[in-house]
Design a protein around this ligand. Structure first.
Ligand code: TH1
Length: 830
């Protein structure tokens, strides 16, 4: 065997120089080979899509080399690793990002050019990986990019949904949801690991027996499903590290349930097994209200169980007991969606690894940490005890025991304040008894972090008040960030080049604080010219896209004003629309010479409404209804255009964000935990019109109050204003625009009543649109004034970028790594 081994090793060393090369010729050869052998087309005849596929496979080969070597390096070094558990990873496209991070984009562009293709055009052939809803999922994706770039030994774990977030089609101005079957044409960015698979159990019963004088629990499952790993290499920028995102797909399990076959119903037995695949088939659209769907809990347990089995196996490869576990493993929960992991790790340690309860709990409380992303209490998942008992009977027992021990300890701190104990309890008594996953996670995690400073303060005094009073040390704040690589350097290369030129270095791509160096040039006319030139190109590109989708020509001299994000009442797209109606009304009532002074605007909306959320769907329709009226009014012309860009996703965001002058982040204070779109816009030199909510406040602190437009009520006043709504008389202007909608000026006369009723009806204007309306109009007026002064505006734009250093996800991840996970870089030498 050893001779065999030596022969093989010699042979492999002989092949070492076969490592892929990155000169233009080698790249061309690799692409053309993939056309022939992977895509199975003739190398003399292939179209753009086939060229994309071949190029992607060629890039994938290079990723895999780096990925394999990084994993081997981690294995040899065996550092503490961090595992990021998330139900969502909103990755978007991979081709340009991978080539740019690997530092071989220019070679690929040139190689393709000689073959008669344009890399940018091929990149557009790629379908977005939309395995996420919005901010939370995109944050996970930005974090992966930072993990890799900072050389951290990190893994992402999640689900490989066959259907990502629904596609938004617009018919007659209404949203229609279409399935996102993104894997239809294959996915070159993943590697199926048929040999990395684990059985995941569901249902059944728990038997208790005595073994060696100790009572042990045995879970006899009623159903088993296989979890198969799909690995997605994540390259870092300017480093040879490539980390892994491991997503699990559900497959029918093999040997299990033989009786069903033996009863003779062969066909039905197979069909039943096939149902297993449903677990990883679809991403639930987020409407911020927990729905108690069994399939969702199954998804959560499925990916958590497979991931923990994988992690424990990896740990046991190099350890014979669990003493080192908490020094080698950090487990992070991206919101409470994977919180069942707490009970699952307890179960594994106790029932399978024979640890005592105390030892197991000691480990669990050292390894887990949690990010909380919202203040909306309805979005905290609660599972009916009955459901939990049937699906995960052993976990329910464990949760009860965790709760019993916890309440005992809590009693020592809060005495017999039963109201408070009831709020702290993991089990909620009520007409339906439920398990509060948020409480379970908080009890077990050593760190719970908010996603902005304001969010931290707010939840400490509301949502998590009771926990905060007993464990103040557990709570912290880690302001979100976004990757400047995807969102600025690669997504807006024109501006990126200007930044590099004026800073005299590309180092900002890895260290965004450096952009502060732009401040000293902020009034330099030469920089202004180059800055505006770059931004102008981006506006042209977006204008072309708008024309392609709508046939509407917009003027690039107009202010491009965007509000793009998921549609929700609290984000107040309706407030924006009401001010647009006001603007329209003013223009209509002006004399012709007055109109000359109006600052032309293109108001851009984008975002998906949750499929079951009527209010949000009506907003989509209202944008179209207003657009229909305004865009076709010859008196208005270029002064005002209202555009809805359908199917907002990562790629559409990459097109919109670099091209806007103004972006709006106008949630009612106390409702947007952080927001991350605001950071992307600010980085790209787009000015922000926003409320004092979430991370807007920190953005203002960084880029300066004078470079941003803020307005509206402050968070501390919100509860009082809500109770006082009966004494509040909304302003005349507000009444008037609502009246225009109700009167059917924009058609669909009664259809929009529900929207109007929500802000002027009996129930009170919960999100305070009426309260904020005049302040908002005033802020809009100062935006117009500022835009007319081109020099001033450009300076503000430069200062926005210059002040965005803090909002890099590299900063956020560094804080998490140092203060929460205590993991260190592990950089593979070149
Ligand atoms: C979002 C928050 O709304 C947003 O303010 C924040 O910037 C972002 O997370 C990242 O931290 C959330 N997304 C979800 C998605 C689900 C449930 C809760 C939230 S909070 C499914």
């Amino acid at each position: 065997e050893s001779i065999e081994f030596r022969r093989r090793t010699d042979l492999l060393f002989g092949l070492m120089d076969q490592y892929l090369k990155n000169d233009v010729f080698s790249i061309q050869k690799s692409i053309v080979d993939h056309v022939e052998y992977t895509v199975a087309r003739s190398r003399f005849r292939f179209d753009d899509f086939e060229a994309y596929q071949a190029t992607a496979h060629s890039a994938r080969d290079r990723l895999l080399e780096s990925w394999n070597d990084t994993q081997q390096f981690f294995k040899d070094r065996n550092p503490k690793r961090v595992y990021y558990f998330s139900m969502e990873f909103l990755m978007g496209r991979s081709l340009l990002n991978s080539l740019s991070n690997l530092g071989i984009k220019d070679q690929y562009a040139q190689a393709l050019k000689q073959l008669g293709f344009d890399l940018e055009v091929l990149a557009e052939q790629e379908i977005d990986a939309a395995l996420g809803n919005g901010g939370l999922g995109r944050l996970a994706a930005c974090f992966l990019d930072s993990f890799a770039t900072l050389d951290l030994p990190a893994w992402g774990y999640g689900l490989r949904y066959q259907y990502g977030l629904f596609r938004q089609n617009i018919k007659d101005g209404f949203q229609l949801e279409q399935p996102d079957f993104w894997l239809n044409f294959g996915n070159p960015w993943e590697v199926e690991r048929v040999h990395v698979s684990y059985s995941v159990k569901f249902y059944g019963r728990v038997d208790e027996e005595m073994r060696n004088g100790r009572s042990v629990h045995k879970w006899i499952p009623g159903e088993m499903v296989e979890a198969v790993a799909y690995d997605n290499p994540i390259p870092g920028y300017h480093t040879s590290n490539t980390i892994n995102l491991r997503l699990w797909a559900a497959k029918p399990s093999g040997g299990f349930d033989m009786e069903a076959f033996n009863t003779g119903d062969y066909v039905n037995a197979i069909l039943n097994k096939q149902k297993a695949e449903a677990i990883s088939s679809i991403l639930y659209p987020d409407d911020r209200s927990y729905q108690g769907k069994e399939l969702r809990l199954k998804q959560q347990y499925f990916f958590v169980s497979a991931s923990l089995q994988d992690i424990v196996r990896r740990y046991k490869d190099s350890h014979s007991n669990f003493e080192e576990f908490s020094n080698k493993v950090a487990l992070h929960l991206n919101d409470t969606h994977p919180a069942i992991a707490v009970a699952e790790l307890m179960r594994m340690l106790i029932d399978e690894e024979w640890l005592e309860w105390k030892e197991a709990w000691n480990i669990v409380t050292r390894v887990f940490s949690l990010t909380n992303h919202t203040i909306i209490s309805e979005s905290f998942e609660k599972w009916p005890v009955e459901l939990m008992e049937s699906l995960l009977p052993r976990h329910l027992q464990i949760i009860y025991e965790i709760n019993r021990v916890f309440l005992e300890e809590a009693k020592k701190k809060v005495g017999s304040d039963f109201g408070r104990l009831a709020r702290l309890s993991i089990v909620e008594e009520g007409s339906v008894k439920t398990i509060r996953m948020g409480n379970l996670a908080i009890v077990a995690c050593h760190s719970i972090n908010a996603v902005s400073q304001m969010h931290a303060n707010y939840i400490k005094s509301t949502l998590l008040k009771d926990f905060c009073s007993i464990w103040p040390h557990k709570f912290q704040s880690k302001t979100n960030g976004v990757t400047q690589r995807r969102w600025l350097a690669f997504g807006n290369p024109a501006l990126g080049d200007v930044i590099t030129k004026w800073l005299g270095t590309e180092a900002w791509i890895k260290d965004l604080d450096i952009v502060a160096g732009l401040r000293q040039h902020a009034s330099n006319p030469q920089l202004h010219a180059e800055w505006n030139q770059a931004r102008y190109q981006n506006k042209m590109r977006l204008a072309q896209h708008i024309y392609n989708i709508s046939g509407i020509r917009v003027s690039v001299d107009a202010m491009f004003d965007a509000q793009v994000k998921r549609i929700h009442e609290y984000k107040r797209q309706f407030l924006n629309l009401l001010s647009i109606i006001h603007r329209y009304d003013c223009i209509k009532n002006m004399a012709a010479d007055e109109r000359k002074r109006v600052v032309p605007r293109v108001c851009i909306f984008g975002g998906k409404a949750p499929p079951g959320y009527e209010f949000a769907k009506k907003i989509v329709k209202l944008v179209h209804a207003i657009g229909e009226k305004v865009n076709n009014d010859p008196e208005v012309g270029d002064l005002l255009k209202v555009i809805f860009i359908p199917d907002y996703n990562v790629s559409v965001a990459e097109l919109i964000i670099p091209a806007c002058d103004l972006s709006q982040h106008i949630s009612t204070p106390g409702s947007e935990a952080s927001g991350t779109g605001n950071m992307k816009f600010a980085m790209n030199g787009c000015l922000i019109l926003g409320t004092l909510d979430g991370s807007n406040i920190e953005i203002r602190d960084e880029i300066g109050q004078e470079n941003m437009f803020t307005f509206g009520v402050v968070v501390d006043d919100v509860p009082r204003l809500r109770t006082e709504h009966r004494n509040f008389q909304p302003p005349r202007e507000f009444q008037r625009v609502l009246g225009m909608i109700r009167d059917g000026i924009f058609g669909f006369k009664d259809y929009f009543n529900a929207l109007c009723d929500a802000v002027d009806g009996e129930t009170g204007d919960y999100y305070l649109l009426g309260r904020d309306f005049l302040a908002y109009l005033e802020a809009q007026a100062s935006v117009d004034t500022a835009f007319v002064d081109k020099e001033k505006w450009t300076e503000m734009s430069i200062l926005s970028t210059a002040g965005s250093g803090k909002f890099s996800s590299d900063r956020a991840i560094r804080e998490y790594a140092e203060q929460i996970w205590r993991v260190e870089p592990c950089k593979r030498p070149v």
